[in-house]
Design a binder for this molecule. Sequence first.
Ligand code: NAP
Length: 256
Amino acid sequence: MAEPRFRSFAGGEDLPAAAALDAIVDDAAPVVAGRPRTIGVMVASVDGHAAVQGRSGKLGGPEDRAIFRGLRERADALLVGPGTLNRERYSTTLDAHQRAARTAQGLPPEPLLATLSRGFTLDEDVPLLHEPLTRALIYTEAEPTYAVEEDHVEVVRLPRATGAAALADLGARGVGLVNCEGGPSLLAALVREDVLDELLLTVSPKLAGGDDALTILRGALGDGDGPHLRALRLRGVWRSGDVLFLHYHLAHGEPA
Ligand SMILES: NC(=O)c1ccc[n+]([C@@H]2O[C@H](COP(=O)([O-])OP(=O)(O)OC[C@H]3O[C@@H](n4cnc5c(N)ncnc54)[C@H](OP(=O)(O)O)[C@@H]3O)[C@@H](O)[C@H]2O)c1
């Protein structure tokens, strides 16, 4: 099958995913000292669903996968909530040629996998944790509920398992770019804590319908009643066929 191509609404030619990603990654939000650049990478249907029958896979397609996997190839770390790791049964994150490309650049073959679990709710049998190439960090404030035996999986105890604390630790380990692949609870926590810098949202050309849609953020963005809106600045709009990609920067410390 032909590789998908991507066109910016700002003009120009159709580009392969790598060139489109270069343009997106080059447009970084201002760096915040003490933590890595953190991008939320999510997909939603046109009517706002972030999952169909409990998983996001049916919302994706080759275009979304090319961007999602290409961004993973550029990331130092993936931050993924335990709900998503458990539900989506994460196994591999990159293809063999992407690992080879990273190795050729002197990078570890796989980005670091980080998760944040206040209560240690991560399932023991998530396949990715048992992959030999995985290097994983489990940030938690709770006593592990099972013995973590893999040498490449480190449990990092934090006094409070917050996104800010996990990102500060990742920064101290030399991580410069973090993709937060959700899920909606973890992403909402990062927005609440004001530590999410950017959002790359794929709008899947699908309608999902149904009641009680899970959207890309689960949980209020502030304390107290009522909506707590956060402003976004639109930086780029791309399309590949019927699929839209929206790149936003979040304005730190600024409600909508
Ligand atoms: N459309 C997309 O792009 C996309 C992406 C990812 C996932 N999904 C979908 O989202 C669903 C999973 O969503 P989810 O929200 O349950 O998963 P999640 O955000 O991956 O993980 C939820 C868990 O995060 C932990 N957590 C850590 N800090 C938190 C905080 N401050 N606030 C709240 N939770 C915190 C909690 O576990 P502890 O209690 O242990 O702290 C919580 O149970 C699945 O259906 C998946 O398919 C969609």
